[in-house]
Write a protein that binds this ligand. Structure first.
Ligand SMILES: [Zn+2]
Length: 184
């Protein structure tokens, strides 16, 4: 059953995300796309090893045990012109990171096989890739531990999709992937 951060109804009866009367066409389109993606999962991407200094196409690695949330995220990113890979556990996240050298990582705390904080620490042993924690864990001590372990940003669920895209763009700009004047 599909649930999760689809577009939200605001107190005025309009969508919080796009301002259309709720339920909005964009929210419904996202719901349909995510439902299709969950019913017909794509095979995991082929391994494409390349050297660490060769900048390939910009890719974002999304890590969360919640497949539905990842499909929603991937859909939203695609609409914003950003390609992504998905990992549902820590081991897959580290493997895909090594194979694809993504430009940014979003990381949940609860990964089923491990904790996001442990994956973050392993990434930080050999990479300065921007990492945005995207998690339901909203205790201040979790946030502090993640930032001290090298996370660049910490966003708690439920999050605003537009806010998330803006923060991803900010991190990509900071690391030189996206120009300041790039259109959203
Ligand atoms: Zn909407």
């Amino acid at each position: 059953m599909l649930r999760g951060p689809l577009h939200d109804r605001g107190p005025d009866g309009l969508c919080r995300e796009c301002g259309e009367p709720f339920p909005c066409p964009t929210g419904i389109a996202i719901y349909e796309a995510v439902k299709r993606a969950l019913e017909h999962p794509r095979p995991p991407p082929e391994s494409t090893l390349r050297s660490a200094d060769a900048r390939g196409p910009m890719t974002i690695l999304l890590v969360d045990h919640d497949r539905e949330l990842l499909e929603l995220l991937a859909y939203g990113l695609r609409r914003a012109g950003l390609e992504s890979l998905q990992a549902h556990d820590g081991a897959t996240a580290l493997r895909l990171f090594g194979e694809h050298q993504p430009s940014l990582v979003t990381l949940a705390m609860n990964l089923g096989d491990s904790y996001g904080l442990d994956v973050l620490k392993k990434l930080r042993q050999h990479s300065r890739v921007p990492v945005i924690m995207l998690t339901a864990w909203d205790r201040e001590e979790d946030k502090v531990r993640a930032l001290e372990a090298g996370a660049d940003d910490y966003i708690t669920k439920p999050y605003s999709h537009r806010d998330l895209i803006a923060r991803i763009r900010a991190q990509l700009r900071r690391s030189g992937w996206v120009r300041m004047d790039a259109s959203p």
